[in-house]
Design a binder for this molecule. Sequence first.
Ligand code: NCD
Length: 351
Amino acid sequence: MKHLIDLDDFSLEELNGIIEQAVEIEKNPMAFHGRMTGRILGTLFYEPSTRTQMSFQTAMLRLGGQIVGFDDPQTASVSKGENLKDTVKVVSNYADIIAIRHPLEGSAKAAAQCADCPIINAGDGGHLHPTQTLTDLVTLMCEKGRLDNLTIGLCGDLKFGRTVHSLIKTMLRYPNNRFILISTPELTIPDYLKKAIEQANGSYTEISSLEEALPLLDVLYMTRIQRERFESLQEYRRQKDVYKLDCNKLTHAREDLKILHPLPRVDEIDTDVDDDPRALYFVQANHGVFARMSLILHMLGTDDPSPVMAGQILDRDCANSRCITHQEQYLKHYYLDTPSGPACEYCDCHE
Ligand code: NCD
């Protein structure tokens, strides 16, 4: 049984194979129809979603499989007080594979510990979102032709944006990618990611001006400010209108720039930009179906097992209040040894 909690769970060879297969499926989707007949995808969405949930469902249906699940925890037994473990344990006997989205960091890893089928992390709080990254990689492969030697600007909420974290981690695995991190000082990437870039001998620059960064970029990855992750509405309001991409700013960008956004957009990209041929976010959402078709085929086609927990159990509490270990009290506290000290294996917190 193989889970996808972080794209690091796949070797580079596996990851490239999934991307190549997605491109193949995209060229001839009907050739893959029926490959999942009799199989069921469970979608456990404890947080709102349009694209991720529906593209997973579309992917399974297009492969000939079927779907079960919930997208509103108020209608599921969690509203009666059921813990994550019991829900996952039960649904993993109904479904052959589960995609789970949850507001707490490390939730997908917690789910994998008790599941009887493979678990896919469809977003765990402000931590990671590996299947969005897979979508981004398929998009770059199809629309840019390569995953290496890119100057990638990431703009907006780099602190809570899980798509940003997964994308940086994964693009570090391809040679000569450089990151330009465009954000306010309050919303820079977490320290553990800066350390990861340094350890991989990668290069990053932090900058607050989108205008200054634009002419340098091959790829611009815009993100929304993640209102639901802020402790106060006041703090969110201070951040929310800082970055806005419009046609005027784009006059300083390269002709072959690729503008990505995981969506949903709030107002960080002016709708006029949608008509610019460099704007690829709707195309990107389309690639997501093929990326997920390829992922499901890969995960249900492999018998290569992966250990769920690799670290050691320590008698300490995670310092991150958004970590799943605070809600699901039965979880053992696993920590990984890192050069900067023990890190919570669920949420990557280093404190
Ligand atoms: C993203 C998410 O859920 O993290 N959306 C998505 O899955 N396409 C981005 C966001 O919510 O801002």
